[in-house]
Design a protein around this ligand. Structure first.
Ligand code: BEZ
Ligand code: FE
Length: 300
């Protein structure tokens, strides 16, 4: 596709285009629900502005319709290509930013992703979430406090992650439950568990969203991460991840724009034979350790 030269639009043509936009805006004027009216009119303004700014050709409009049709066709109960599209356009992350405003030193939120599962097994403090999933053992510890610095005893902590081959348990066909669990912070807000050192993995890219990434020379790979969801009474629910300091994918770019500097943590590699914090015998394997201190904003 070649870039088109800047198009000069006559005053008469501009008037016709603006008149159409006004007509469509007016068609929504009687919408009884004020919020729906605002959404539809703003959407109209932005879509019309886009079409006019890029001087969209009819062929490009057709390509866009075919693309959205393909996104719909590949979507089913297991595969949500529309959410993936929203993710790679940064629309999911922008919605998260808008809905999780900065509040003191509250931990930043990031994308939820499609691989959370309700009712993951409960583990005790110091337990292991891996469920036999392959990967380097990683000791994760931290505290949960509120924005006043007070511990949040009993905060519920959900954690989930891909194995070292880059797959979540739900991507296998054998109903395994692995790489996910929930636990509760102790009376001082402290938590600790064994997980796996996260590794980078690609988002599903065998569909139209993958084709769009390839056509725009973008990587489908997500920076290595460990998902958290932390809930507690009177606190805003936090959905976030931690990322691995030094992961080259952070520089290349996370495919869904989930990385925030404050969420990049040091994962300290431990040589084989280094004693573990809880005395666990890792049979001569290397392991890693990291710390994630969570600050929950007050509920709205
Ligand atoms: C994930 O982190 O698991 C994820 C997030 C967005 C799209 C695909 C995967
Ligand atoms: Fe993930």
């Amino acid at each position: 596709m070649t870039e088109t030269a800047a198009t000069t639009v006559s005053a008469e043509q501009t008037g016709r285009e603006q008149a159409l936009t006004e007509k469509v805006l007016a068609s929504f004027e009687r919408t009884p629900d004020a919020r729906l009216r605002q959404l539809m009119q703003s959407l109209t303004r932005h879509v019309h502005e886009f079409v006019r700014e890029v001087r969209l050709t009819e062929e490009e409009w057709n390509t866009a319709i075919e693309f959205l049709t393909a996104v719909g066709h590949i979507t089913d109960e297991k595969r949500q290509e529309f959410i993936l599209l929203s993710d790679v356009l940064g629309a999911s992350m922008q919605t998260i930013l808008v809905n999780n405003p900065a509040d003191g030193d509250a931990t930043e939120a990031t994308v939820f992703g499609p691989f959370f599962v309700e009712d993951a097994p409960e583990i005790p403090l110091g337990g292991d979430i891996s469920g036999g999933a392959p990967g380097q053992p990683c000791w994760v510890e931290g505290t949960v406090v509120d924005t006043e610095g007070a511990p949040v005893p009993g905060a519920r902590i959900e954690v989930w992650e891909a194995d070292e081959d880059g797959f979540y348990d739900v991507q296998y066909t054998d109903d395994r439950v692995a790489g996910r669990a929930h636990l509760f912070a102790d009376e001082r807000g402290r938590f600790r568990f064994w997980g796996l050192t996260p590794t980078p993995y690609p988002i599903p890219h065998d569909g139209p969203v993958g084709q769009m990434l390839a056509a725009t020379d973008r990587s489908p790979v997500r920076a290595a991460h460990l998902h958290f969801m932390v809930t507690a009474e009177h606190c805003r629910t936090l959905v976030t991840h931690i990322f691995v300091e030094g992961d080259p994918q952070i520089e290349i770019g996370d495919s869904v724009f989930g990385v925030q500097d404050s969420l990049i943590k040091r994962f300290e590699q431990q040589p084989a034979g280094t004693p573990t914090p809880d005395g666990r015998d890792l049979a001569g394997r290397t392991w890693a350790r990291t710390r994630f201190d969570v600050v929950l904003a007050p509920a709205a």
